[in-house]
Design a binder for this molecule. Structure first.
Ligand code: G6P
Length: 610
């Protein structure tokens, strides 16, 4: 999604902006631009495509200044071309970069056209500089003009605005999209993601909903949406929050797949004490949020949603608590019924996904028992707006296709299931088994990573196909869904997942000698049923690839084109472990096809618009 990097300092900042934009590349974008300001003029450069195109343009036509705003755009309104790239300007004096969507832009545009403004782009964002200009022309100060302009915006926004007549000043504001002001040694920065901060150890201020900040090289003042001065507390940024390097790996995704044992270890650390879940599970609020809980609604998007689907199986079978899992963009518009004593649980790696946040806001105004968030980003909107929160300790995840965030979400969910089981009197023996299995999870993940070389062989043959089916049963069904999602996200090979029992109700029609079918084959009470489903595929000459527990019977494997065996672990944690070969499969298929695994086309890391 779009990214913002702005800086105002005592020294030249253009390189700082370009370097910051580079770190935001992982979020997904299709054009980039910069507006640099010195005492004489505002200079704009923007280019469609990669940041390298912008850098080439800056080599040919350099810009300089002590104050600048930069942007990476992920197209929503209008094509990814130079005209639609940010910054947008009014009268070549006001420059604006914007993340989010202005929902009333058509109306605002009409009003501005009636006032004589001409639009150079198809974007919703261009309304903002013209609105600021309109208020400046009416005699308002720069700050007041921005505040009044922003008060007209409906939808979501994070903006940074500069004005030629006020060199060195950036007005920053947010609602529904994250924005951070950071104080460094040479001046201040305004960024949409801390990862864009080049200088470590900065003091960061997370703007709250509706906040406006007036930022200059040596000072920053915060105001609420009514223009009333407010104070915001800064926190010092730790090294780990902003460092993201590939180390010796070919891509961030590959590195993140291999970081999973460590990320899970960190997520478990100090949270399981003598087989019981400690209060440290909660990074905000406490287990009191679970008092009297009788139902759970889980809401999320993408990979986080798949984590929620696994948790439903766990919650109902281990803790005996009814659970409903829902896509955030559906939930928020359908007036869901909230049974008494229902907990709202949202899951999000970024904590900034627009639909998940909207669902959380709806839930906070509904008669839920409380809202609990599982999130990888401290201080994200989801963390701040949930009554209680559990942080996953995956560290920065850069690959657009989520890997270690998922495994740590599942780990946090497993701990939550244990905690709820304790409260609801699940037999101790069951809970102890799960606790032991969780403690063993990091080494089990290490073992699963050893399948890489064998998985490569499967990936080589999968990469020759246009379509793949994934099958699973029980709590491995959502894992099959995640495997299919991963494959299509980064290799663009069409993939679909089915609960294996559904095969004969439709997808079996697709199976012939050219259809690869990847089957998740754990050793559990459903294996016999699953074996029958595998026979159905074999009978139609489908190419069966089994990802299987070491000890499954040779009868099940007979006739499979390829069987990859590994230690799937205890039945409870098995869905977490089975993710690993599926991630490697997607990764190596994409590699064989020469795709950019870290930045798949059309996708964004953090989807901050609806
Ligand atoms: C985007 C990402 C996915 C992610 C989903 C939800 O679509 O590309 O990898 O699963 O958003 O993101 P969240 O940050 O809410 O987990």
């Amino acid at each position: 999604m779009c990214g913002i990097v702005g800086a105002t300092a005592q020294n030249e900042v253009v390189n700082l902006i370009v370097d910051g934009l580079r770190t935001l590349e992982y979020r997904g974008y299709d054009s980039a631009g910069i507006a640099a300001q010195n005492a004489e003029e505002v200079m704009i450069r923007k280019e469609p495509g990669k940041i390298s195109a912008l850098q080439n343009s800056l080599v040919k036509n350099p810009v300089s200044g002590n104050c600048a705003i930069g942007h990476t755009r992920w197209a929503t309104h209008g094509k990814p071309n130079r005209e639609n790239a940010h910054p947008h300007v009014s009268g070549n004096a006001i420059a604006v970069v914007h993340n989010g969507i202005i929902e009333n832009s058509a109306e605002l545009k009409q009003l501005l056209v009636n006032c004589g403004y001409r639009f150079a782009s198809e974007t919703d964002s261009e309304t903002i500089p013209h609105l600021v200009d309109l208020y400046l022309s009416a005699g308002n100060s720069f700050f007041e003009a921005c505040r009044k302009a922003i008060s007209h915006l409906e939808g979501s926004y994070a903006v940074a605005i500069t004005f030629a007549n006020e060199p060195g000043k950036i007005i920053a504001a947010r609602k529904g999209s994250p924005l951070i002001v950071a104080q460094g040694e040479q001046g201040f920065m305004v960024v949409s993601d801390v990862i864009a901060l080049q200088e470590k150890n900065q003091i960061v201020y997370y703007l709250e909903e509706g906040d406006i900040a007036e930022v200059s090289a040596d000072n920053c003042e915060f105001y609420d949406s009514k223009g009333k001065r407010v104070s915001r507390t800064g926190t010092r940024l730790g090294q780990s929050e902003c460092v993201a390097t590939k180390k010796d790996f070919d891509s961030f995704m590959q590195k993140e797949i291999f970081e999973q044992p460590e990320a899970v270890r960190a997520t478990l650390a100090r949270r399981l004490v003598n087989g019981k879940v400690s209060e440290r599970l909660f990074d905000k609020g406490s287990s009191a949020i679970l008092d009297g809980v009788e139902n759970i609604h889980i809401v999320a998007c993408g990979t986080s949603l798949n984590a929620g689907h696994v948790a439903k199986y766990w919650l109902e079978s281990v803790a005996g608590i009814p659970c409903q899992v829902e896509i955030a963009s559906e939930y928020r518009y359908r007036n869901p019924v909230v049974p008494p004593k229902t907990l709202f649980l949202s899951i999000s790696q970024s904590g900034e996904t627009a639909d998940t946040l909207a669902a959380l806001r709806f839930a906070n105004d509904s008669p839920y028992l409380g809202s609990l968030g599982i999130c990888n980003t401290n201080n994200s909107s989801l963390f701040r707006e949930s009554e209680a929160a559990i942080l996953t300790k995956a560290g920065v995840e850069v690959g657009v296709a989520s890997t270690k965030a998922l495994t740590t979400q599942l780990t946090a969910l497993a701990l939550l299931v244990l905690k709820i089981g304790e409260l609801r009197n699940t037999p101790d023996a069951v809970l102890h088994n799960i606790a032991d299995a969780l403690l063993n999870l990091p080494s089990a993940l290490d073992e699963a990573l050893k399948t890489e070389e064998k998985i490569k062989e499967v990936a080589r043959s999968i990469s020759r196909h246009k379509s793949v089916l994934f099958l699973g049963r029980g709590h491995h069904y959502p894992v099959a869904v995640e495997g299919a999602l991963k494959l299509k996200e980064i290799s663009y090979v069409h993939a679909e997942a089915y609960a294996a029992g559904e095969l004969k109700h439709g997808p079996l029609a697709l199976v012939d000698g050219s259809m690869p079918v990847v089957v998740l084959c754990p050793e559990n009470n459903l294996l016999e049923k699953l074996s029958s489903n595998i026979e159905e595929v074999k009978a139609r000459h489908g190419q069966v690839y089994l990802l299987a527990d070491h000890d499954i019977s040779s009868q099940t494997c007979r006739g499979a084109k390829n069987t990859i065996e590994f230690e799937g672990g205890d039945s409870f944690i098995s869905p977490i472990i089975f993710n690993v070969p599926l991630q490697l499969l997607a990764y190596h298929t994409a590699e064989f096809l020469g795709k950019n695994v870290d930045q798949p086309r059309n996708l964004a890391k953090s989807v901050t618009v609806e």
